[in-house]
Design a protein around this ligand. Sequence first.
Ligand SMILES: Cc1cc2nc3c(=O)[nH]c(=O)nc-3n(C[C@H](O)[C@H](O)[C@H](O)COP(=O)(O)OP(=O)(O)OC[C@H]3O[C@@H](n4cnc5c(N)ncnc54)[C@H](O)[C@@H]3O)c2cc1C
Length: 642
Amino acid sequence: MSTLHSDRALGLDRRIPRRDFLNGVAIGISGAYAAATMRSLDAMSMPASITRDVQGPAGAVYPPARTGLRGNHPSSVAAFAPMESGAYRQFPSLDTDTREEYDLVIVGGGISGLAAAHFWRRALGDRQKILVLDNHDDFGGHAKRNEFEYHGRTFLSYGGTMSIATPYPYSYASKRLIEELGIEVERNAEFQKRDAFQKLNLGPSMFFDKEHFGEDKLVAGNGRIPWPEFIAKVPLPEAARSDLVRLYDKNPDYLAGKTAEQKMALLARISWEDFLLRHAKVTPDAILFFRGQGGRNNKRVDTTPALEAARRGSVGFNGLGLTFPGEAFREASYTFHFPDGNASIARLLVARLVPAAFGGRAMTMDSIVKAPLDYAALDAPASPVRVRLESTVVRVQHDGAPEHATGVRVAYLRGGKVHGVRAANVILACYNAIIPALMPELPDGQKAALRYPAKVPMMYTNALIRRWTSFATLGVQNVNSPCMLHTGMSLDAASTVGGYQGVTTPEEPIVVHMTSNPNKPGLPRREQNRAGAEQLLKTTFEAFEREVRGHLARALAGGGFDPAADIVALTVNRWPYGYAYTYDTLGDPDVPPEERPHVVGRRRFGQVAIANSDAGAAAFTNQAIDEAHRAVEELFVKNGLS
Ligand SMILES: Cc1cc2nc3c(=O)[nH]c(=O)nc-3n(C[C@H](O)[C@H](O)[C@H](O)COP(=O)(O)OP(=O)(O)OC[C@H]3O[C@@H](n4cnc5c(N)ncnc54)[C@H](O)[C@@H]3O)c2cc1C
């Protein structure tokens, strides 16, 4: 990560008047990481980089309004390394035995865990005692709400999962759950008002950075103006530019002489990058142009199988004469999203599980968006369902032999102390890779299968800027920066569900949403994912802030963007444990479906079933729901309840 600006020009020394953030709510500072990033804080002002605690309705801390390093925030994952190195191999002695007993304990309060609680209650009734334990200070897992207060106005954005892609490929169980929550995805068009950007004719652009392209240059119009015209402005050597023009035109058959089957077999075993270099014979410089592009699950040009790239209609393949009847890459026919993304799904689930958190009011898809949530009510002793946050489960152990056990003991860390609860049943709706540490007595083959996937490291960074005149001046709504840490950057076109108002004029504040997938080109994909996760875990918020400020300053310089004055708040949602891993033809063995690691890994073990999207090897909300449904059913079958 590097920037070409001084800290002062970037606004790293900038103090933001408290009134801009507070609007009358109380603010404190918490967390070791807040202290680590804090610089000169005085009574009246604070730098943008610190984490703030904002109080919610009943005086409890209100996590969605916390800024700074969010997502898998440091305290949420602090126990993972000791767990993985065997610190809890023996069931730990408890500092606090809560003496609580539950029908079901769920490890992980993401959409899968919350959906599991919902399915369980739907089948067995509302009096079932359920405890959801999650290691974060907010529920929802990847479904995280980011809130900003600025000049008396609330701005919402999504810190992780954003959209409901439907009707394809939702199963009956997941579609039904979405309906039960009152979400009418068919109202999508009503909510996606992007008039403000359309009126100004804003469109896509690419930012080419000095470190890789020799100069900083923003070029607008990719996909909008003829490619030769766009490519002529790209700061690459002439040979690379003419390669790009060729690729974006009708290509010759680079695999002439092979049958369609031979071509497909070859393409399945090489990357899109290999195809471009070895078969389309482009110069290596031209590859830089594609660094920010790739396939599903955040694969990049070097990790996307060429066959997948061909199916997606990526450049280079249109001369091969291949057709993919019935196999065309089908994304959803439409994608519905709330202003806070799928956090509203998590909130709607919580509204049904713990009604008191929303004051007992029935929530709809409209009312949920702005509804205040009392976090203090989530873990009330009187409630049959309790959601306990900041609780990292470190050990899960049956009383006796798993298939005949009378119950399960669960130990979790909270406030540095080991707590214990007991349960008749447990659903692990957490991460596959951490499960062997939770249950070392699992069969070795199952543990190896659980450790196989490498979740995709990701970052969704939300910067609130005081106005977007720079974007309007440049005519851009989004920027693809192929070689920067954040390859994507776009004005958040917040949907208008629930009366939430998107912005209408460039003089208004707006959230700039930036996306990143740290990786290490050249390594196999799983190793790249692990390297990217490590990078996310090691990088300080201050370093991210410097990078973000520098990136915005450089890309938007021509529009008069002033990072010091224009950036008014910053939330970095880092997800070292991001998307569930999906298989591909480059890096994964071609084994029968029943032998795939996620299938072997998710086998029920005694009274413990395994949910979470990792268990479905697919990074989608519907998968998280489907895995919850399966896990609940497995326990019903085991207990003779189905
Ligand atoms: C940045 C991002 C964007 C995405 N966008 C989309 C999208 O637009 N549409 C879509 O359909 N999907 C999207 N996804 C995929 C997303 O993962 C799923 O949609 C879904 O939210 C996954 O839910 P889950 O409950 O299976 O997992 P998670 O959301 O990961 O929840 C698991 C929870 O278990 C917790 N946990 C883990 N270990 C422990 C432990 N030992 N103790 C206690 N708690 C533990 C985790 O910290 C987490 O809170 C996105 C994912 C990411 C990361």
